[in-house]
Design a protein around this ligand. Structure first.
Ligand code: HEM
Length: 424
């Protein structure tokens, strides 16, 4: 560990409520180099900085590696339940706030603490551990081949909308035991639900019907899939908890895995170091994925924990009800934890925080890696001569305070017919 001016911040150490003129959290995502912003925040405030989530809504951005471990591991001090956030009670959160989807209470493992969390999480973690990785890889390669088949003849595509946004839900739907038609209906339904358009409610009903049908079918005739595992799990009490668990799994899988596929493809298509991949170059998809997880993980800033009592973190006066945002990208580059600025170059170093940490850390790390790796490999393999169709500087991120997922990745390649091709 090294000490530096980072340990001697210059900013005033006041409670969040007394601070004004704070840096918006979105400034850390809507910029070409987030580390530049994190360096400025660290220099002024140290590893925990006050930020503005929306006008008048403040939070602490936790940028220190050690501090993230403290916040995620100390459940008795930091809660996952948004009911513990003062903004829900003091009128500071507008009714139409865009923060609500990620920072409002829902009845699933992600938003609860302690015993209830352990009870609801066990079926997900257990279901992930049951996955036959070889079978899943074959299934994911086949569905990726199928998705590519829909655009391979065009010679051009958007690898986000046409590919990365579709594959994760299909991969999880396959684990739930849905057939291809049902999987595509589920994917379209979830996409409409989260676009929050006029058809969002109808889409939600459709999604719930697909899930209810497969639950009823597995109750009648058990199979060897994730739905059967959840239906038979003693921890889940009634159908509502089963549906909530399925929706959480789909939602948690969708955005994060889509972002990781997109970022890994972007890196491999734009960085010279990966150009030799198909000619037997040393750096491959695993290396690119590790680099993405260190440098540009899906959750630049992950919501959230809420202080259960007044406390202090890295010298900052945290008050009961304050929101703590997990600055995962910042913490992965915490200058106090590695002397070399590029930890992904250390072979096998996967000590980043991009899966979160503590009892809520992502329970699906193995299947998530498998889906990303298979999706990227399959695209690079089946799209001959694939290359970016615009200059890399023109790739922009979806506007969000939480991540930096590319809005689109337009590519060109030699048109091919893949509908009938065998999976890898
Ligand atoms: C590369 C892709 C993924 C990344 C980077 C990722 C990352 C994360 C992160 C940062 C969290 C929050 C941890 C915290 O708050 O401490 C999380 C939670 C979660 N993830 Fe993932 N995830 C990915 C893919 C998936 C997939 C494919 C699934 C399901 C099949 C999944 C299921 C979940 C669930 C259920 C939770 C909530 C766990 C809990 O609260 O106990 N994730 N993930």
């Amino acid at each position: 560990m090294t000490t530096s001016s980072l340990d001697r911040p210059t900013g005033a150490r006041k409670p969040l409520a007394e601070l004004t003129g704070l840096v918006p959290l979105a400034a850390t995502t809507a910029c070409p180099d987030p580390q530049h912003v994190f360096r400025r925040l660290r220099a002024e405030h140290g590893p925990v900085a006050p930020v503005e989530l929306e006008p008048g809504v403040h939070a602490w951005l936790v940028m220190g590696y050690q501090e993230i471990l403290t916040v995620t591991r100390q459940e008795q001090v930091y809660s996952c339940d948004p009911n513990d956030w003062s903004a829900h009670h003091d009128g500071s959160l507008p009714a139409d706030s865009l923060l609500r989807p990620m920072m409002s209470p829902y009845d699933n493992a992600f938003f609860v603490n302690g015993e209830r969390h352990r009870r609801l999480r066990a079926p997900i973690a257990g279901g992930m551990a049951e996955i036959d990785q070889r079978a899943m890889r074959r299934a994911v390669a086949a569905l990726c081949t199928d998705v590519i088949g829909a655009f391979a003849g065009r010679g051009e595509a958007d690898l986000v909308a046409d590919y990365a946004a579709i594959v994760p839900v299909l991969a999880i739907a396959d684990r739930f035991g849905l057939n291809t038609v049902e999987s595509h209906e589920l994917q379209a339904g979830l996409a409409a639900m989260f676009a929050w358009g006029a058809d969002a409610l109808a889409a939600r009903e459709k999604v719930m019907k697909i899930l209810a049908d497969v639950v009823a079918a597995r109750r009648a005739t058990p199979s060897r899939d994730l739905t059967t595992y959840l239906v038979e799990h003693p921890n889940l009490r009634g159908d509502a908890e089963i549906y909530d668990t399925m929706v959480l799994t789909l939602v948690a899988a969708n955005e994060n895995t889509m972002s990781c596929i997109a970022q890994t493809l972007r890196l491999m298509l734009t960085d010279e170091r990966f150009a030799g991949r198909l000619r037997g170059g040393r750096l491959g998809v695993d290396d690119a994925l590790d680099e993405v997880l260190w440098r540009d993980p899906p959750m630049t800033n992950a919501p959230a924990r809420y202080a259960l009592r007044d406390t202090e973190l890295a010298g900052q006066p945290v008050r009961r009800g304050d929101a703590m945002i997990l600055g995962l990208t910042a913490a992965n580059a915490d200058p106090r934890i590695h002397a070399s600025g590029e930890p992904w170059r250390e072979v096998g170093n996967r000590a980043h925080l991009s899966w979160g940490a503590g009892p809520h850390a992502c329970p699906a790390q193995i299947p998530a890696r498998l889906i990303v790796r298979t999706a990227v490999e399959t695209a690079l393999h089946l799209l001959p001569g694939v290359r970016l169709a615009i200059p890399v500087e023109e790739l922009v991120a979806v506007p969000s305070p939480w991540g930096r997922t590319p809005q689109s990745i337009p590519v060109r390649f030699t048109p091919v017919r893949h509908r009938d091709s065998e999976p890898l």
